[in-house]
Design a protein around this ligand. Structure first.
Ligand code: ADP
Ligand code: ASP
Ligand code: MG
Length: 419
């Protein structure tokens, strides 16, 4: 069994869907599970629907219409016959979305978010599955919510691995072709939809890989594989042919956004190779993550995270920043869902760089200020460099305001202020 994952960029238009079919023709389409994300920037568009809904303004309708028209355009190209049932099926999804918002009484943002944003993957997989079925690749559309079971911590749930494994094994036909949604699950008690965190479709592919003891998991990207730096921000990049699980976990953890950080551990556990390949050049080998040497070629890897927040704390009474203080800080960081990227402490101060993903910084700062003297910088950039050479770090920070630097054996982290 193999698992493939196609991200939003690979199915952003009709050409992308046709190209997905071409990739399957190159690789064979039996004994295969294909995990698909929402098309293009659909998740962002549906996030805008959620924001409009909570602002209670009348832009909700327009936000839904925007996403609807985008999908209908793709449908027009893939299924030119106007009376084809798929046109109505996709309209019905948008009808169901409107219905949900009309009848919803929940004020819980994360719950509503998951119910709304999940339509992206339900729609994309319906389109891809129908297109493949009618173009020589018979397949089964699987509602992943009937298999991936989670707790009810919406937007960031924990997977119930045992139950999920049982259900996946029962639901997937090992011989055939299955098309299913990335990013989605459902909570065990009431079967409400949950989402696994932004970019979570890679993780979905790993869950299937693990549960089905797959021979490999392949994620198809618009880049040749994993590069030693993000090509959107660095002009000279090198393709990494091979990465060890450990090194790949470190790179993903520090924010190399090409692989979702939760993806690798389940695969490492069963030594299932993760392959990152180009959907533009599907003949090329890409990057393989398996056991073995950290990196091939052995080069420095650069990871950049923009729009981070640096918070520095000291005690109000000049006492040392000890376990009790630090314990309190972490409790608050956890409570306000701040992802901690870097920690540095001295006798009297404690600095932390966080990703304000859930936009709860003002609440956190109010709490912290009751107990500590607080300074903070928003919009800072965090560079993490693995296996760095000193001259590379020098060149990287040249002419910029370094707010904080931390060096460990294999990893250097530098925080740069807004210029
Ligand atoms: P998907 O469509 O699967 O969600 P993403 O857009 O999330 O794909 O990820 C692919 C993008 O990740 C690439 O286009 C590239 O700009 C970016 N990227 C960031 N870091 C790296 C890296 N180290 N190697 C390759 N691509 C990277
Ligand atoms: N569609 C989701 C997102 O854009 C999940 C994914 O693409 O992996 O975050
Ligand atoms: Mg993505």
């Amino acid at each position: 069994m193999r698992i493939f994952k196609f991200g939003g960029a690979s199915v952003k238009d009709a050409t992308g869907v046709r190209n997905l079919k071409r990739v399957l023709e190159n690789t064979g389409s039996s004994e295969l599970v294909v995990v698909v994300s929402a098309m293009g920037k659909t998740t962002n568009a549906l996030e805008a629907v959620v924001s409009a809904y909570f602002k209670k303004d009348d832009s909700v309708k327009a936000a839904i219409e925007f996403s609807k028209q985008y999908h209908l355009e793709i449908l027009k190209e893939l299924f030119p016959n106007k009376s084809h049932g798929i046109h109505q099926t996709i309209k019905d999804f948008f009808g169901a979305l409107e219905d949900f918002l009309t009848h919803n009484r929940s004020e819980t943002h994360a719950f509503v978010y998951d119910q709304v944003v999940s339509f992206g993957e339900l729609i994309s997989t319906t389109i891809v599955s129908t297109f493949l079925n009618e173009n020589g690749h018979k397949n089964t559309w699987l509602d992943v919510r009937s298999c991936i079971k989670t707790d009810s911590n919406y937007r960031d749930p924990r997977v119930d691995w045992q139950l999920t494994q049982e259900l996946i094994k029962k639901s997937v036909d090992r011989k055939g072709l299955t098309i299913t949604q990335g990013f989605l699950g459902s909570e065990v008690n009431n079967n409400f939809t949950t989402t696994l965190g932004r970019e979570g479709s890679d993780y979905t592919a790993a869950i299937f890989g693990y549960c089905l003891d797959a021979e490999s998991v392949t994620i198809w990207k618009d880049v040749p594989g994993v590069l030693n730096a993000d090509p959107r921000h660095f002009s000279k990049t090198q393709l990494l042919n091979h990465i060890s699980y450990r090194e790949a976990i470190e790179l993903a953890f520090y924010g190399a956004s090409v692989i979702h950080p939760k993806t690798l551990q389940p695969l490492q556990r069963k030594e299932i190779p993760l392959i990152v390949r180009s959907f533009i050049k599907p003949e090329d080998p890409g990057t393989c993550v398996t056991k073995g040497k950290a990196l091939d070629p052995m080069v420095s890897c650069f990871i950049l995270k923009k729009d981070q927040v640096l918070i520095s704390l000291s005690s109000l009474d000049f006492s040392f920043m000890m376990e009790d203080h630090i314990g309190e800080v972490f409790k608050l960081l956890h409570q306000y869902k701040m992802k901690v990227e870097l920690i540095q402490n001295s006798a009297i101060s404690f600095s932390v760089v966080v990703d304000n993903k859930f936009k709860r910084l003002p609440e956190l700062l109010t709490q912290l200020k009751q107990q500590f003297s607080v300074t903070h910088y928003e919009g800072v950039t965090l560079y993490t460099v693995r296996h760095a050479k000193p001259e590379e770090i020098k060149a990287l920070v040249k002419g910029q305001q370094v707010l904080l630097k931390q060096e460990a054996q294999e990893t250097v982290q530098v925080v740069i202020g807004q210029s």
